[in-house]
Design a protein around this ligand. Structure first.
Ligand code: GDP
Length: 328
């Protein structure tokens, strides 16, 4: 009986999500973020049911150092996108989430205008974070938002650790926000991040900063020319924006739209998504294996014993690894 009612409630939840009901969407994301095995199973069933309703969005990753203007930009740009009649979901990383356990209030104040917009959905990341700020289940959250009819999904990340790579691997378009410096803007930027970017936005291009922003734009554009073109053949562009004055917003949207048109046309859009799904699968196998080995009581004893022998120089790490794998 329990099984039947559970299946029914998941079906109901799926129906509500497809109808765009925000409470159902929030509940489903919470389910996907849960550590409990039973919840994860429910989330898997739910996502499998919703799969036909997913995929029809443009997924945009946004990164930049704290203070560069991410929240302000997403707030204002998100409003611009909803003004085009499109539904926007923001999967945000609350910088204070360590302390506040990902307080929704935090993100709602950071993006005050967008939070009030009926076409927008803002969700802070869960407490269970990996890789410096990206919740482990952001991918599931993206799919759930798509099933709920969100056409533009923004995944925000603070530029910490490996988080950029993680977000890059789950979005279609990766946008780097950057401040204009005194001509030294290219210093201190990790080359890897530049290589990952499909577009760069120089923020706070207003007042006294406007001239510097234009100079930075030229410097970045030049630097990007030196990189090899990605497989998609897309040439990243550099734009300037003032979120405070609402300048440059349409141009950023235009850049994303051109990217989408270009990559859909040459099929790299779909190819990238396929590769991402396969990578996701591999990551899950790896993490399940890791859990199975390092978190099982039986294995922990064996691992401890092997560690002792390795430390004493009586066992080769590679041989011990083989032994552990064969014994589980
Ligand atoms: P985040 O840490 O990257 O999310 O950055 P915030 O959006 O919180 O912005 C950091 C600071 O920059 C805040 O004080 C904002 O008011 C300011 N700021 C953001 N966008 C602009 C802009 O377009 N122009 C100006 N002049 N200031 C801005």
């Amino acid at each position: 009986m329990k099984k039947v009612s559970q299946r029914f409630s998941i079906k109901l939840l799926a129906d509500e999500i497809v109808k765009g009901q925000v409470a159902a969407l929030s509940k489903a994301i919470t389910l996907a973020e849960s550590q409990k095995l039973a919840d994860q199973k429910k989330a898997d069933t739910l996502l499998t049911q919703l799969l036909p309703h997913t995929g029809r969005s443009v997924r945009i990753g946004i990164t930049g150092s704290p203070g560069v203007g991410k929240s302000t930009f997403i707030d204002v740009w998100g409003k611009y996108i909803t003004s085009l009649g499109k539904k926007v979901a923001v999967l945000a990383v609350d910088p204070s989430s360590e302390k506040t356990k990902g307080s929704i209030l935090g993100d709602k104040t950071r993006m005050a205008a967008l939070a009030k917009d009926p076409l927008a959905f803002i969700r802070p990341s869960a407490t269970r974070q990996t890789l410096g700020g990206v919740a482990e289940n952001t991918r599931e959250a993206i799919l759930l938002c798509e099933a709920a009819g969100y056409e533009v999904i923004i995944v925000e990340t603070v530029g910490v650790g490996q988080s950029e790579t993680a977000v890059r691997n789950m979005v279609d378009f990766f946008l780097l926000l950057q401040l204009a410096g005194g001509g030294d803007e290219l210093q201190g930027i990790k080359k890897g991040i530049m290589e990952m970017a499909d577009g760069v936005v120089i923020t706070k291009a207003d007042g006294e900063n406007e001239k510097k922003a234009k100079q930075a734009q030229a410097a970045f554009q030049h630097a990007l020319h030196l990189f090899q073109l990605p497989e998609s053949g897309w040439k990243p562009s550099v734009l300037t924006v003032s979120a405070a004055q609402g300048k440059g917003l349409a141009e950023v949207w235009q850049m994303v739209s051109s990217f989408q048109a270009h990559t859909v046309q040459n099929q790299s859009f779909e190819k990238n998504r396929q590769q991402q799904k396969i990578r996701w699968f591999h990551e899950r196998v790896e993490s399940a294996l890791r859990k199975k080995i390092f978190e099982s009581k039986k294995m922990i004893a064996k691992i401890k014993a092997a560690e002792r022998k390795i430390a004493e120089g009586k066992l080769m790490p590679s041989a011990a690894a083989k032994e552990i794998l064969n014994s589980q």
